[in-house]
Design a protein around this ligand. Structure first.
Ligand code: PLP
Length: 410
């Protein structure tokens, strides 16, 4: 990045440092990934110059002939990848995609049923400090206290009692497969609409390794930057009958000019997701998550909801007499990144928490396999057990540094 180096050495140096951080640390943050170089090239391109309010063929700006083709390619690829009737690829983020569905389908004050943040839902699923919980009447469901899995009968009861206009399925921290057909049945029992937020599992859905919500949901929202491995951004899929309302809700409802550079990056990411090696990548994400989970079980750790079917799981650290915050901080000191995370019915505050969330999309992008997962679990356990021993932590940090050199990323 020669021009940047000449124009602004401060930012250039910080980007270099961030590159080095990404290269030299073990990143288990389940919502992050290494965005491929061709996608980054599209996002960093001159497309950032273009104003293109509106949609292909119906823009409020001149000179949109090429960006129209780019957005059409992005939409068509997205529809093909997920076998959807309509796609809107303009949302700047997953939160904007969720906001657009609410704006299209609801009136302020309408009732919505969604998973609580503590059970694994997202802030935009009705948390009181989020716009969703401020403008709409969200009723949250929890996972079952014993199994820590989604309890469809309990959701049915809540839905029968509250008769929501919309039901939201999907989560940020839930390791089991979600039964979208069951959610559809529950929605139909009261004539509710169904939205599935597949932000976390979109890559697995694209590779047919998790059941697709598309046949069941009126709306599917997603991010592009998690398992899907695209640029930072969002998109919405819906049935044809909702296409015009969803498009209007995104623009002019919530956004102005789309980020055409990011839309080009999304188009490249959808294209990469249609290549045969992508399915192998997604399969390895799951194999790695299961290998990591198994090793933690062997080391005596408790997993929330016992198993993982996807790219992540949550360790319940109560039996180790540790909080999520202590664990996150200890691991950061040896260059291993995880998030502290609430467990269902967590006795600790969301700032402290009793768990950590671990995900494998990033390490799998660096071509790590089951053997490396087992090694990482052992290092994590050693660090947590010896969190007050500076010598052991220093030794583990050195091992992590050496190990990372064997797994470069593009
Ligand atoms: N939905 C879910 C399930 C998520 O996990 C997230 C992000 O963590 C979002 C929506 C929001 O995405 P963004 O951070 O792009 O707004």
């Amino acid at each position: 990045m020669e021009a940047l180096k000449r124009a602004d050495s401060a930012i250039n140096e910080l980007i270099d440092k961030e590159f080095h951080r990404l290269e030299s640390t073990i990143n288990l943050i389940a919502s992050e990934n290494y965005c491929p170089l061709p996608v980054r090239e599209a996002v960093g391109s001159i497309l950032t110059n273009k104003y293109a309010e509106g949609y292909p063929g119906r823009r409020y700006y001149a000179g949109c002939q090429f960006v129209d083709e780019i957005e059409n390619l992005a939409r068509d690829r997205c529809k093909t990848l997920f076998q959807a009737e309509h796609a809107n690829v303009q949302p700047h983020s997953g939160s904007q995609a969720n906001a657009a569905v609410y704006f299209a389908a609801l009136k302020p004050g309408d009732t919505v049923v969604a998973m609580s943040l503590k059970s694994g839902g997202h802030l935009t699923h009705g948390h009181p400090i989020n716009f969703s919980g401020t403008f709409y009447n969200f009723i949250n469901y929890e996972v079952d206290e014993q199994t820590q899995e989604i309890d469809y009968a309990a959701i049915q009861q809540i839905v029968t009692e509250h008769k929501p206009k919309l039901i939201v399925a999907g989560a940020s921290a839930y390791s089991r497969s979600i039964n979208f057909a069951e959610f559809r049945k529950i929605a139909d029992s009261v004539g509710a609409l169904l939205m599935v937020d597949m932000a976390h599992i979109a890559g697995l859905v694209a590779a047919h390794l998790h059941a697709s919500p598309v046949p069941y949901a009126d709306f599917v929202t997603s991010t592009t930057h998690k398992t899907l491995r695209g640029p930072r951004g969002g998109f919405i899929l819906c049935k044809k009958e909702w296409a015009a309302q969803i498009d209007r809700a995104v623009m002019p409802g919530l956004q102005g000019g789309p980020f055409m550079n990011v839309i080009a990056g999304k188009a490249v990411a959808y294209h990469l997701a249609m290549q045969p090696e992508y399915v192998e990548y997604q399969k390895q994400i799951i194999r790695n998550a299961q290998a990591l989970a198994n090793e933690f079980r062997n080391l005596g750790y408790d997993l929330v909801s016992k198993e993982t079917d996807n790219h992540l799981f949550i360790l319940d650290l109560r039996s180790k007499e540790l909080t999520g915050k202590e664990a996150e901080e200890t691991l950061e000191s040896i260059d291993i990144y995880v998030n502290r995370n609430t467990i269902p019915f967590d006795p600790q505050s969301p700032f402290v928490t009793s768990g950590i969330r671990l995900g494998t999309p990033m390490l799998t992008s660096r071509h790590m396999k089951e053997e490396q997962m087992r090694q990482i679990a052992i290092w994590i356990d050693q660090a947590l057990q010896n969190r007050n021993d500076e010598n052991i932590l220093k030794d583990l940090k050195d091992k992590v540094q050496l190990f990372c050199q064997q797994f470069p990323f593009e």
